[in-house]
Design a protein around this ligand. Sequence first.
Ligand code: ZN
Length: 310
Amino acid sequence: MISNQYTLIDLETKEEVVAAARGKLRFMKLDEKSSFNKIVTMKSKKDIKTIQISPKVGDYVYYDDAEDIPMIMEIMPRENDLERPDVANVDQVLLVFSAIKPDFSFNLLDKFLIIMSQERLKPVIVISKIDLVDDKTLNILKDQLQYYVNMGHELYYVNSKQRIGIDTLTHVFQDKITVLAGQTGVGKSTLLNALMPELGLKTQEISEALGRGKHTTRHTELYYIHGGYIVDTPGFSKIEFHIFRPEELKQYYQDFSELSEQCKFKSNCMHLLEPGCAIKHAYETKEMLASRYENYMSFIEEIKAQKEKY
Ligand code: ZN
């Protein structure tokens, strides 16, 4: 992207179009329900406001190619709007965890799922490096992770180096914008190389180093991948949820919500020490994955500790 120039993909022809943004585009009338209101202050939300908007990566736009230079005429409302990476309309996040090196962490998985739920993003869980653990260890991990599959999550096991499990993963990208996320060392680059061997050296740009401290002015870009697009920089480098009241945490646990109907205090139950708590009962009778509830309790402590700092 050079100043006011944007590369678009025409959704009908699938061809690249270089377009400029119409000057008037920068001043859009917003009504109360507009998704662009997110960036306007609460006060101005009451009125219909005119604000400046620039197209960003991931935007769906209308363009007019009647002129010499195609012009972007209108930006469609954004489904979501991420800052890191700087991209709009993300459909899903490919959450990569390694079976080992670094060790698989249920704490990190649960934390990521809370963040995905907060951002209203669909997670697709990928377990990498399955060749580096023995069958017994892998089966134990698979048994535990089945809990998440039962919750409705999509989960894939891959060995990127030998391209094992890669073919079953390719269909998830169709018609979607995907962001890749995961700790350093889980093999995000190796996975992308296995998914897009044609990209060859270029995937080195999608290196683990990009997510950290390197100052760069380059723009976020989308790569075509199996019928959809993937963002070239990994997301969610800071794995922190922004929850300041302990009572807010439970809403991000979809497996808690149905059970909580049976809690003595129903929606007022914090699922901690209350008598007649159905979630605690499910934990004690092992119907709930132990780590799931234990992480919940430790996150509650984290939120409380954070609160005490203020
Ligand atoms: Zn409860």
